[in-house]
Design a protein around this ligand. Structure first.
Ligand code: ZN
Length: 321
């Protein structure tokens, strides 16, 4: 049975254990009525740093291979242009925020059990950091990403991968590393599939909208996209984060760059600020302020995440592991 085959190649993922001693810090979420704290938008560039990125649309395409028509899993599109849906970006960033802020566990596989301390928040008046920021049942979130669009034209290509068998047991929160994709020949084969992908170096642009967030919340958002301000004066991109599908095949590592910040300041005329979308501000001062606030950060989980999520110059397993 394929599932019992054991690979000697190192596994491409790591676990961030749940904090067994501390429950998530739960508070009442802020209301949406007025603009206090931090509100505005941050323009971001995403660059694919793994060999490929695959963001599925749930649709299939057909292509001709050695004279035969074959189906492939198509990349997401809007008006014929490749996109990364904002909801997908939000989900990926949320899972990192959950880990580094000791939040509840939202995404669980079938049959998995979450220890009671970290079960999903149920009371909308008492929410963990991730539920307060991203939303939960009965509470609209305060951070949103626009669909990411291409910064320059790129020709998508097709690759073949072996089907994925996720491991069953759980040891906390699981994340995939950034290793090198191992190409397979393009011969159709049982338990393999074709994906439409974009290559390394492809750049997308998205906007993060935030309203009524605290500096501590913005700090964990910035860390969740791989930024680190603890290594001297400069804010650096410490690791890529993973987007899209086929992460166990080492696809989807993306590095983030901040390109523009607009803030709606509490002192400015709110109506005017809303109609113009706020004032353009220097990015680095704000980001440093956000990263300096460690209130919501779980240091142990953050250190583990930062060390394990770095790009590795190692091959990704080709088959089952
Ligand atoms: Zn929660």
């Amino acid at each position: 049975m394929a599932r019992q085959k054991v690979s000697v190649e190192p596994k491409p993922f790591f676990w961030v254990p749940l904090d067994k001693e501390r429950p998530p810090q739960k508070y009442e979420p802020p209301t949406h009525e007025s603009y206090r704290d931090w509100s505005g938008r941050l323009k971001l560039e995403l660059e694919v740093v793994s060999d490929y990125l695959f963001v599925g649309s749930g649709e299939f395409g057909l292509f001709t291979l050695q004279g035969c028509e074959r189906s492939y899993y198509a990349f997401a599109r809007r008006n014929d242009q490749l996109i990364i849906p904002g909801t997908g970006i939000k989900g990926a960033v949320r899972s990192v925020v959950e880990a580094i802020s000791n939040s509840c566990v939202r995404q669980i596989a079938k049959g998995e059990r979450v220890p009671q301390l970290h079960e999903g928040c149920k009371n909308e008046n008492s929410l963990c950091p991730a539920c307060r920021l991203f939303g939960s049942t009965g509470h609209r979130g305060r951070v949103h990403f626009s669909d990411a669009v291409l910064l320059s034209q790129v020709e998508p290509t097709k690759i073949k991968i072996a089907d994925l068998w996720p491991p069953r047991q759980t040891k906390g929160r699981k994340f995939y590393q950034a290793k090198q994709f191992q190409p397979l020949d393009m011969q159709p084969k049982k338990n393999h599939r074709f994906l439409e992908v974009v290559p390394k170096g492809t750049r997308f642009q998205t906007t993060l909208y935030f309203e009524n967030t605290t500096a501590a919340e913005m700090g964990i958002m910035m860390r969740a996209i791989g930024l680190d301000g603890d290594q001297g004066d400069a804010v650096v991109s410490a690791f890529p984060i993973k987007l899209g599908g086929a992460k166990p095949r080492c696809l989807g590592a993306v590095r983030w760059k901040l390109v523009g910040l607009h803030l709606i300041t509490p002192s400015s005329n709110l109506l005017a600020a809303l109609s113009t979308g706020g004032e353009q501000m220097p990015i680095s001062d704000s980001v440093r302020t956000w990263l300096a606030d460690h209130t919501l950060l779980n240091d142990k989980a953050w250190t583990k995440f930062r060390d394990q999520a770095r790009s590795l110059n190692e091959p990704c397993p080709r088959e089952v592991y």
